[in-house]
Design a protein around this ligand. Structure first.
Ligand code: NAP
Length: 502
């Protein structure tokens, strides 16, 4: 099934062209022309979202659940076309796009079931105590209410699951918040066809068209106008630290500051404990190599750093090198990301004390695996070594002993994940590391690899800054709905006017 994008914005049910255009830059296949977003369109979308909020935010949960399921159905009805344009724009393989589509429709349906169950409302009731002394207690009820229109920015590396109808959009719509998406310029055609699916679901469910708008980018001022628009009440962002920080600062500087839920980058350290490495160091090296290079290393959960005891480093390096040498060059998401990868490699290579173990040339828009090693004392002296290089680059940090491994763990900034590879005999060291790792990361794993994030109730995909800008939140799993809700107490309100959900 072919799909030729028309290149328009979807603003409150209308497909709108613009005077200025930009061309997409696909990894393969034809380029297409897309309208550039403007401040006027941002205003139009935000105004419509505000109007839609007064019906959508108070709509029955059953209607919102049906809407989420209908979006999933409409995405599936366009499956082949979505995969085709998604592969062309991002260079990601077909199996990846198909898998990501399944995750995207799966999380829409998960949120439908979640709001039907109703636990997310966190209903509380303190019944009146009219005879209490010295003062009577009023009747107080509480539930979580939607916050209003939400702006969503997706990331280039998840053109479906963290984009137009991705986790942020699903969570906001489930909560009852209309959504204005700023389209990603790396996959504008994928954004357009997914917006078509949402538009079809709005029509099928007879909802206000302002419930969803997509404004294509092509100009950074679009994103700035969106996060500073007075009718936008929160932002869900997945992307780079630099982009996220710039938009976070704009949100904080608004006359009415709003929450900015930025899911940014991480290096996701792995701590390789001695007994586990003695027993199965080669298997850990092979697993690391596969995880590090999956999808050209373009995962926010990519485990970029392995911390290993000095006396076990040589064997681990040899096994890792053998595995990485098997990995062919891979296409990167954009020319810009490929350039940043090479710059990141050069930055690590030039850092004091860093030894290059595998340094390979990268072709245009391509990544090849790179491997470096540094001693713990040099790592501890250079905080820049803990900054994400987006791509298949690994850095092995060697620790003299358990104390130095603990010091290295303490030196990390906030992370999405931290991993322990351990056997039973490693329990004492693992027990000492765990309080440090849980203080640093949103998710702690044992004997696994962090790429691959389960969408479920207990998942936390977030962490202290710079992993995210809001350590109390997650962007994956049902708990992510809490970002777009706020608790309201109702004191002595007559039953007749209380919200239906109470
Ligand atoms: P990006 O370059 O920051 O772009 C994300 C979005 O923000 C795009 O729509 C982009 O607009 C916009 N943007 C960026 N800087 C901006 C600015 N200064 N002003 C206004 N808008 C701005 O990120 P990316 O390359 O798409 O994604 C890769 C990064 O995302 C990696 O660092 C990866 O680790 C991280 N990531 C994190 C997670 C997570 O869950 N934590 C998941 C996936 C990816 P344009 O369209 O104009 O570029």
């Amino acid at each position: 099934m072919t799909f030729v994008p028309h290149g328009k914005h979807l603003i409150a049910g209308e497909w709108i062209a613009g005077p200025d255009t930009f061309a997409s830059d696909p990894a393969h296949g034809p380029a297409h022309t897309f309208a550039v977003g403007t401040r006027a369109l941002v205003d139009q979308a935000a105004q419509a979202a505000e109007v839609a909020f007064w019906s959508f935010g108070w709509a029955d949960r059953a209607l919102r659940a049906a809407f989420l399921r209908r979006i999933a159905d409409e995405i599936e009805a366009r499956a082949a076309a979505i995969t085709l344009i998604g592969c062309q724009e991002t260079g990601l393989p077909e199996a990846r796009l198909n898998g990501e589509r399944g995750r995207t429709t799966g999380q829409l349906r998960l949120f439908a079931a979640h709001i039907e169950a109703g636990d997310y409302l966190d209903r509380r009731h303190d019944a009146a105590l009219p005879d209490r002394q010295p003062l009577p207690r009023p009747d107080i009820r509480m539930i979580q209410r939607p916050i209003g229109p939400v702006a969503v920015f997706g990331a280039s590396n998840f053109p479906l699951a963290f984009s137009t109808a991705g986790g942020d959009t699903a969570a906001a719509l489930a909560a009852g918040c209309p959504v204005v998406v700023k389209g990603h310029s790396a996959h504008p055609g994928t954004g357009e066809i997914v917006a078509e699916a949402i538009h079809a679901a709005i029509l099928a469910c007879n909802l206000h068209p302002g419930v969803f708008s997509l404004i294509q980018g092509g100009n950074r001022s679009v994103g700035e106008a969106l996060v500073t628009h007075p009718l936008i009440k929160a932002v869900g962002f997945t992307g780079s630290l630099a982009g996220g920080r710039a938009l976070f600062d704009l949100c904080a500087a608004r006359p009415e500051p709003i929450p900015f839920f930025g899911e940014l980058g991480a290096v996701n350290p792995m701590f390789l404990l001695p007994a586990a490495m003695a027993a199965r160091g080669d298997a850990v090296a092979q697993g690391w190599s596969a995880s590090l290079t999956m999808g050209a290393g373009q995962f926010c959960t990519n485990p970029g750093i392995a911390v290993v005891m000095e006396d076990q480093a040589a064997a681990f390096v040899a096994a890792t090198l053998a595995a990485l040498r098997q990995v062919a060059p891979q296409v990167m998401l954009t020319e810009g990301i490929a350039r940043a990868y090479v710059q990141g490699r050069d930055r690590i290579a030039a850092a004091p004390g860093v030894q290059s173990l595998l340094s390979q040339d990268c072709g245009p828009r391509q990544a090849t695996p790179q491997l470096f090693q540094v001693r713990g004392q040099d790592w501890l002296a250079d905080h820049a070594l803990a900054e994400e290089v987006f791509g298949p680059l690994g850095l092995i940090v060697t620790a003299r002993d358990a104390e130095e491994m603990l010091a290295i763990a303490r030196s990390f900034p906030g992370q999405l994940t931290a991993t322990l590879h351990l056997n039973d005999e490693d329990a004492d060291l693992a027990r000492r590391l765990l309080p440090v790792l849980e203080h640093k990361a949103g998710r702690v794993l044992a004997n696994g690899f962090p790429t691959g994030v389960e969408v479920c109730d207990a998942m936390v995909h977030g962490g202290p800054y710079p992993a995210s800008t809001n350590f109390g939140a997650t962007s994956v799993g049902t708990l992510s709905i809490r970002r777009f809700l706020r608790p309201v107490s109702y004191q002595n309100l007559p039953e007749a006017i209380l919200p239906k959900d109470l």
